[in-house]
Design a binder for this molecule. Structure first.
Ligand code: IPM
Ligand code: MN
Length: 354
């Protein structure tokens, strides 16, 4: 079957890691007899240079006419944020795509690979219990998309949720829990916020539809603490937009490198896949970046957009095997290990698929 993919490499390390991900996809296409059509489009600073916009209409059109969006990363160096090319780049590109394609359900897995456990900043005794959790973040509502207004020295950012907006990520989270260890933690601030109380109410009303899932509630401040103290207690976490933003950054340090972490943002029919890490301008163009997060993002694409579970697992297994065989980019290497380039790491993973 033919699947068309909008490929948006973006800025910084985006193009380098994307090139490796495409090679892996090509290997999957060959092995499992699929056809993937790639449609490249500009986004972020790379788009600004040509169009004067971070999310040009042409790119949106290409996405609209594709079956999935494979996204690299956007954004420039911290000391150049006031230049037009980089100002509000992430916000314009990412929030724009999220809104246009109604990407309401953001899936951010965080898992510690046993062979990389020493990279984690947490103590061995915490890691040894096993960390494999997924954060489901509501992505097109809440304070991010409420009214923003500044009147002199007074500023407002409005946070609101209605039932339908809450139900969507919750349904996905319950179902994700059913396919995993059947535990769902709803994170909120129901001791203070009305929106959180509504989240709780809706979750409680939905729970009987998923009788085999054990649901509990945690305040977001406590959840932040538990993610560090006792991360193995979590299976699926579901939460609103900004809490999910913060908690997923906390969770992202558990595996030891952002270069390992993929994500999926699911819309009604079109979904977007991207590594969690940013554009890393400091190492861009040096063939140093870890392509694993981008490669694992393509596995999520095969799973969620194309229902190709076996193929998705083939990629995940190839990454696992490459890591087991000692393949390391700089971000995940200890001092005595051989450091592979982006291309070499891509090649190691590719070899495990062929
Ligand atoms: C993320 C990012 C974005 C967000 C920024 C760049 C707008 O931090 O995807 O988590 O806050 O959602
Ligand atoms: Mn974030």
């Amino acid at each position: 079957m033919n699947h068309s993919i909008a490929v948006l490499p973006g800025d910084g390390i985006g193009p380098e890691v994307m090139a490796e991900a495409i090679k892996v996809l090509d290997a999957i296409a060959k092995k499992f007899n699929h056809e993937f059509t790639y449609r490249q489009a500009l986004i972020g600073g790379a788009a600004f240079v040509k169009y004067g916009q971070h999310l040009p209409e042409e790119t949106v059109e290409i996405c609209k006419n594709s079956n999935a969006i494979l996204f690299g990363s956007v954004g420039g160096p911290v000391d150049q944020q006031d230049q037009p090319k980089w100002k509000d780049c992430e916000k314009n590109a990412l929030l724009g795509l999220r809104k246009i394609f109604d990407l309401a359900v953001n899936v951010r897995p965080a898992k510690v690979y046993p062979m990389l456990a020493s990279l984690s900043p947490l103590k061995a005794e915490i890691i040894e219990k096993g960390i494999d959790l997924v954060i489901i973040r509501e992505l097109v509502g809440g304070i991010y998309f409420g009214e923003h207004k500044t009147e002199g020295d007074l500023a407002h950012d409005v946070m609101s949720y209605d039932r339908a907006q809450i139900e969507r990520p919750l349904h996905f989270a319950f179902q994700a829990a059913q396919k995993r260890r059947k535990k769902l933690t709803v994170v909120d601030k129901a001791n203070v916020l009305d929106t959180s109380r509504l989240w709780r109410k809706v979750a409680q009303e939905m729970a009987p539809q998923y009788p085999n899932v054990a649901m509990d509630f945690l305040f977001v401040d406590n959840a932040a603490m538990q993610l560090i103290k006792n991360p193995s207690s979590f299976d699926v976490i579901v939460t609103e937009n900004m809490f999910g933003d913060i908690l997923s950054d906390i969770a992202s340090v558990l595996p030891g490198s952002l270069g390992l972490m993929p994500s999926a943002s699911l819309g009604n029919k079109l979904h977007l896949y991207e590594p969690i890490g940013g554009s890393a301008p400091d190492i861009a163009g040096q063939n140093k970046a870890n392509p694993i997060a981008q490669i694992l993002s393509t596995a999520l694409m095969l799973r969620y957009s194309f229902a190709l579970e076996e193929e998705a697992q083939a990629i995940e297994n190839a990454v696992q095997t490459a890591l087991e065989s000692g393949a390391r980019t700089g971000d995940i290497a200890s001092s005595d290990e051989l450091i592979l380039s982006t291309v070499e790491m891509g090649q190691k993973i590719l070899e495990k698929i062929l």
